[in-house]
Design a binder for this molecule. Structure first.
Ligand SMILES: Cc1cc2nc3c(=O)[nH]c(=O)nc-3n(C[C@H](O)[C@H](O)[C@H](O)COP(=O)(O)O)c2cc1C
Length: 430
């Protein structure tokens, strides 16, 4: 068992949860296995892959709507109103988070979540974890799932197709999270081969059994993240089935299983709105969030409780604090350059990785995403990074310095009227 290097962060937590202490573990970055260092050859295979390095509304009647939300029709739900009320009570207890880090294999790991939280994210998902491997393999658990007491509210996401195996995995994380989430949206080849994620849309009885099992056996609520069917009525039936099975929160990615290219196909917010109106539990929207204006439009147009962002956060973890990358600033004539840039965000991320160690392959992927625009000006620096089989923090901090010495300055932007959201760690009340 590898213990956290900063025990103060978890002392009280561990004391009360001693039987699960082994879960809150981290890998030593200097010992990250070399195989984890290699870049994924096929992004399709790495996404949602078994990332095991060595084995390769009734709308809430009591709640004040934040934005104008049309009234939702009530419908009968098996288990009755009390289950729906519990779902809402839990959501309210968490503060009804609106700005949420989406699940990302190898990318929504603890230090990245903490960076996003610092810049305005109010909840986060872990990367998808493979339920069977999680149950069986201690090394996978300790490398792929780490958390700390500040890492809340937290959704821990699993992929699975066997209810008993899913429950076994879920039991292990239950004390450390606010929802156990089932990945029903992964569209990649690996999910097809493993028969999980969006491929379970072909076998809804299995999906139902997964949700029921968790809903009937766990203390924490179950959430699901889905893609939509090509036909609206199928999506609505699907969402209602999940709700009836015990799902207490639904995140809807407004693309179908076949719409894999997120840059080309826009997510359909109208379908998300229709789902939100068709069910009684809290609904979250996913897709097309590139800056805070998108967040506001999405909340307004769909009436959902919150939004998930993935790709945008990878390039700009400060998006929820109002920052925009150059790409989205240039359409806006009233933005100003911010002091903060992606190099600063990378340095902050690296510091968090020193505090909360993770496998190097995750760090490497974030360096590429955060400095992508910088590397396109100086590709030789990217080459230098790619040629390093073994990474060190010294090398990576040096990489940012080198780019700055080469004169690169790609600022983030803030809208004129925007005051940046105060990073949570700097708030006077904390
Ligand atoms: C690198 C990466 C890894 C992802 N891994 C997961 C995952 O583990 N589980 C999941 O449900 N979705 C995963 N997704 C999908 C995102 O959560 C999200 O649904 C999708 O990217 C659409 O949101 P966006 O338009 O904000 O990017 C991943 C996306 C990316 C870019």
């Amino acid at each position: 068992m590898i213990l956290h290097p900063k025990p103060h962060a978890l002392t009280a937590f561990n004391r009360s949860k001693s039987s699960f202490r082994h879960l809150i573990s981290v890998s030593n970055p200097l010992m990250a296995p070399p195989v984890a260092e290699t870049l994924a050859k096929d992004a399709d295979d790495s996404l949602c892959a078994d990332a095991l390095p060595d084995e390769q509304r009734v709308s809430d009647p009591a709640a004040e709507p934040i934005l104008a939300v049309s009234a939702s029709p009530r419908r009968e739900v098996s288990g009755g109103e009390s289950r729906i009320e519990r779902a809402w009570a839990h959501w309210r207890k968490l503060g009804r988070p609106k700005l949420i880090v989406a699940p990302m294999v190898d990318s929504s790991e603890l230090p990245f979540r903490m960076l996003c939280r610092k810049y305005g994210a109010t909840a986060a998902y872990t990367p998808m974890l493979h339920a069977r491997i999680f149950s069986e393999n201690e090394k996978y658990r300790s490398q792929e799932f780490t958390t700390c007491k500040e890492d809340r509210p937290l959704f821990v996401q699993f992929c699975a197709n066997d209810p008993d195996i899913l429950l076994e995995a879920a039991k292990r994380v239950e004390p450390y999270c606010d929802y156990v989430d089932i990945n029903l949206g992964c569209p990649q080849r690996i999910a097809k081969r493993g028969n999980y994620g969006a491929f379970l849309m072909d076998n809804l009885p299995v999906v139902k059994s997964l949700v029921e099992k968790l809903a009937n056996s766990l203390e924490v609520p179950v959430s699901c993240k889905i893609r939509v069917f090509p036909k609206l009525e199928d999506t609505i039936k699907y969402a209602r089935m999940l709700e009836d099975a015990g799902c207490a929160l639904l995140a809807v990615h407004g693309r179908t299983r076949d719409q894999k290219d997120q840059r080309k196909v826009r997510a359909d917010w109208k379908i998300i709105k229709a789902v939100r109106e068709a069910v009684n539990i809290p609904v979250l929207a996913n897709g097309n969030v590139r800056h805070m204006e998108d967040v506001c439009s999405c909340l307004e147009e769909t009436g959902v409780e919150g939004v998930l962002s993935a790709e945008t956060l990878l390039e700009n973890p400060a998006v929820f604090a109002g920052y925009r990358t150059e790409e989205w600033a240039k359409d806006e004539d009233r933005t100003r350059e911010a002091k903060l840039d992606q190099g600063d965000l990378l340095s902050e991320y690296l510091k968090l990785c020193e505090k909360y160690p993770v496998p190097w392959r995750m760090i490497r992927a974030h360096v590429h995403k955060l400095l992508g625009d910088w590397f396109s000006i100086h590709p030789e620096v990217r080459e230098e990074l790619n040629s390093q089989r073994i990474l060190t923090f010294e090398f990576l901090y040096g990489l940012v310095d080198r780019l700055r010495e080469l004169g690169i300055r790609i600022p983030l932007h803030l809208k004129e009227e925007n005051t940046p959201v105060t990073p949570t760690s700097e708030r006077s009340d904390e």
